[in-house]
Design a protein around this ligand. Sequence first.
Ligand SMILES: Cc1ncc(C[n+]2csc(CCOP(=O)(O)OP(=O)(O)O)c2C)c(N)n1
Ligand code: SF4
Length: 277
Amino acid sequence: MNYMDYLRKERMPLIWCTGCGNGIVLKALLRAVERLGWNKNEIVMVSGIGCSSRTSGYVDFNTVHTTHGRALAFATGIKMARPELKVIVCSGDGDSTAIGGNHFIHTARRNIDLTLIVFNNNIYGMTGGQYSPTTPLGGWGSTAPYGNAESAFDICGLASAAGASYAARGTTYHVMQLDKLIEGALLKKGFSVVEAITPCPTYYGRHNNQKTATAMMQWQVDNTITAARAAKLSPEQLKGKIITGVLTDRELPEYVEEYEKLVDRLRAKESAVLQTT
Ligand SMILES: Cc1ncc(C[n+]2csc(CCOP(=O)(O)OP(=O)(O)O)c2C)c(N)n1
Ligand code: SF4
């Protein structure tokens, strides 16, 4: 299967602005799925609401375009009902860490076998550039016209601290790395999160000293460092740098399996009671 076979070509062209990184993330995902040779009918993509959440409309998997912030809750229900399906969630930084922040934390805590791709463009794109939980301190947003007074979430740190099996960060410039990180997440048992740093030239870049889509890509080159290189540097040398690569990869109990064990134990107990009565 060629990755193009996973696309709903009749939905082209994409609605995304020129220079938007969302298409790059989409293609990285498709390449990862193609490499794994997955059958599109075994895959469910769930998304919330936002520019990035439109991804579910373009892929020829089983798709559910849900409500803002609730994609992980829908995905959890789907995985519990049909554990054999491969469930992928596409979400924006606002969708997954603002309105959906509580779902994010508890999905990680349960460590349910889902893959979440967070399209982190540091802003609410679809609704006109309001600041999000990943807008940097001092950054511009339409609701922070004098500079954002809040510190940003570290999405991978949050996933890891809350209990996810896998957390990785990539960018739309380092695209070959990005599709490998997504492939690693898809293969991982448990909750796997890939934060994809992606440009929104329309609402973020041009107001935040990255005037063009090209300048936004250059910013990714200048401000990121791989985890392998970062390991050799001091905290002072790493100041202001965004670390990319696999940041957490560990074995932890997975929710669907734990739940099934519980059900089996209760069934065994119930049949033992029935046999003695
Ligand atoms: C319950 C609810 N609240 C608010 C909205 C309005 N809304 C739609 S998309 C969006 C923000 C999207 O930002 P993000 O999740 O970062 O995705 P992006 O558009 O940047 O990809 C908001 C606030 C909504 N649709 N539903
Ligand atoms: S508004 Fe931003 S995130 Fe939305 S499609 Fe345009 S560039 Fe992409």
